[in-house]
Ligand binder design. Sequence first.
Ligand SMILES: Nc1nc2c(c(=O)[nH]1)N[C@H]1C(S)=C(S)[C@@H](COP(=O)(O)OP(=O)(O)OC[C@H]3O[C@@H](n4cnc5c(N)ncnc54)[C@H](O)[C@@H]3O)O[C@H]1N2
Ligand code: MOO
Ligand SMILES: [Mg+2]
Length: 399
Amino acid sequence: MLTVAQAESTILNHALPVVIESIPLREAPGRILAEDLYADRDFPPFDRVTMDGIAIHSASFVNGQRQFLIEAVQAAGTPQLVLQRQENCIEVMTGAPLPQGTDTVIRYEDLNIESGVAQITISDIVQRQNIHTRAIDRHKGDLIISAGRKIGSAEMATAATLGKATLAVAKLPRTAIISTGDELVEIHETPLPHQIRRSNVYAIQAALGEWKIEAEAFHFYDDEQAIRQGVTEILSRFELVILSGAVSEGKFDFVPKALAAAGVTPVFHKVSQRPGKPFWFGTFADKAVLFALPGNPVSAFVGTYRYILPWLRQSLGLKNWPQNTAVLSRDFVFKPDLTYFVPVILDNSTDGLLRATPLEGHGSGDLANLNDADGFLELPKERTYFATGESFPLFRYRG
Ligand SMILES: Nc1nc2c(c(=O)[nH]1)N[C@H]1C(S)=C(S)[C@@H](COP(=O)(O)OP(=O)(O)OC[C@H]3O[C@@H](n4cnc5c(N)ncnc54)[C@H](O)[C@@H]3O)O[C@H]1N2
Ligand code: MOO
Ligand SMILES: [Mg+2]
């Protein structure tokens, strides 16, 4: 049986190559940038006034002059003016270009203006105060953002400033999420006493939705032929196929057999972990990967965060994503020879450490417990005792 680390590296070896597409900027948040973004001009592109007031030639002030005749007004959005006489000033507004011949801006709060003359009421000024100097942030041609970044608000501001009406991003894999099981009914239905509503598809769709994937949902009953036929049809249209249920030892756990019959190559079955030990993974002729997660809701949930999201990040070319960790807030014991993904409540304490308090719930069927926890701590297989203050990998789904 594979260890968690072996399963992860096997899955990452089957990441899909990054395919690039161009999309309108407003659709970009949450997508992975697939081009480097360079400064098209200096940042800022001109000496930019940062306070409303007057612009002066500071040598005049240093020579003792305190009263300045206002020559003109330089508004934001108007071409740069030229100061005609060094002993005069120009009124300037925030965002305007600094007039030629001036080098210092005095705020209105530090002036008295009467009859077109500005009297400076402060005794000290610093040359070039209240000016955002041209190119001080970045020079034209500088690399501002490298490809492989998830696009968020900062990247949007930069792309807009650069005039990128479209952006090159990684194409998202066409994704199918399939639930299986005769006991499952649709969410708008009232289950009979022996039935439950299907929830895994919704949980996995939501997790992938954070990466902008809009997955199509399917359901198959526990019928080997139906699963084989359904999967065959799905494989002609999707690159990422996620199933849940019917991968264990039961008489009606047909998924591994049906997938093989549909031409899927099994890569592994079972990982030494709890929850989610019967996890099955396969590939379809370099065209698609198939994650067949165990049906228990917490098992499917852990499988999504621990394996599918890392696979997705790699397939989208995301670079430099951090491995999160948290420290145990109390001693913990887990005896089976399995990696244990224990649900934890997280809290940021004043010492700056992220603390994780185990909240075990009632096993892999306890989906209500997921609402009280924030993530899973990965406790290694070869250990039994885990001490307060020890740090472990964290897979966070909240916050
Ligand atoms: N003899 C053995 N039995 C089981 C083993 C084992 O090793 N030997 N492993 C157990 C473990 S661990 C798990 S996990 C489950 C995995 O089961 P399957 O993947 O075969 O899934 P099902 O049998 O179809 O369902 C299990 C459970 O999950 C519920 N389920 C399934 N799909 C959904 C859904 N979309 N939404 C909500 N709930 C769902 C289903 O009703 C079952 O209760 O096998 C153990 N058995
Ligand atoms: O591994 Mo299963 O997911 O515990 O119930
Ligand atoms: Mg089963």
